[in-house]
Design a protein around this ligand. Structure first.
Ligand SMILES: [Zn+2]
Length: 198
């Protein structure tokens, strides 16, 4: 039996293998555990999250599910509070290439300086964008998924994102930076949206 003959015999087998792999990967995608996101003004968004005592597999699984939920939404940040888990865990990917995932456990703002005004949105407040003033630069200490202490020095969009997500862990949503009149309008708009989709 020569090599060419052999390759011809193997070809249909590879095609089938490819098809099986395709079916498996699409089913995994289909059954990806996307977490439901709480919507403002759900009172559960006001819960102050507790620190993670031990970075174990359950925390790593939570972070993985949160990251998948954030990428799928799509969003650039998600706090555990938003998926009704009141532990101090956030995931962020503010990169344009969507391949710079940051998982921050027990994040703490050590330093802040400067000021910037950025248009913000939130997966818990769909379709609403408004300007919020935040610090231009922040230094945040946190634990990574391996339980190691890390520090990040960020500015620009990443700094905004860090401040926005850490606020979620303290029970605050970005629209609370806006005037009461704007907040009332947003609540009315979201209530209308909820009625339409219900
Ligand atoms: Zn948010």
């Amino acid at each position: 039996m020569d090599i060419t003959h052999n390759a011809q015999n193997i070809a249909p087998f590879f095609k089938m293998l490819q098809w099986i792999l395709h079916v498996i990967t699409s089913s995994i995608k289909l059954f990806m555990p996307l977490l439901p996101i709480l919507r403002f003004p759900d009172p559960r968004l006001k819960t102050v999250a507790s620190p993670v005592e031990k970075v174990d597999d359950s925390i790593r699984r939570l972070a993985r599910d949160m990251a998948e939920t954030m990428y799928e939404a799509p969003g650039i940040g998600l706090a555990a509070t938003q998926v009704d888990v009141h532990k101090r865990v956030i995931v962020i990917d503010a990169s344009e290439t969507r391949d710079q995932l940051l998982v921050l456990i027990n994040p703490e703002l050590l330093e802040r300086s400067g000021a910037q005004v950025c248009e913000e949105g939130c997966l818990s407040v769909p379709g609403i964008y408004d300007k919020v003033e935040r610090s231009e630069r922040v230094v945040v200490r946190y634990l990574d998924p391996a339980g190691k202490t890390q520090t990040i020095d960020a500015n620009g969009v990443l700094a905004v994102c860090l401040q926005h997500e850490i606020e979620h862990l303290d029970g605050k949503v970005f629209v609370e930076h806006l005037s009461l009149l704007k907040q009332m309008r947003i609540k009315a708009k979201l209530a209308k949206q909820a009625r339409i989709t219900a």
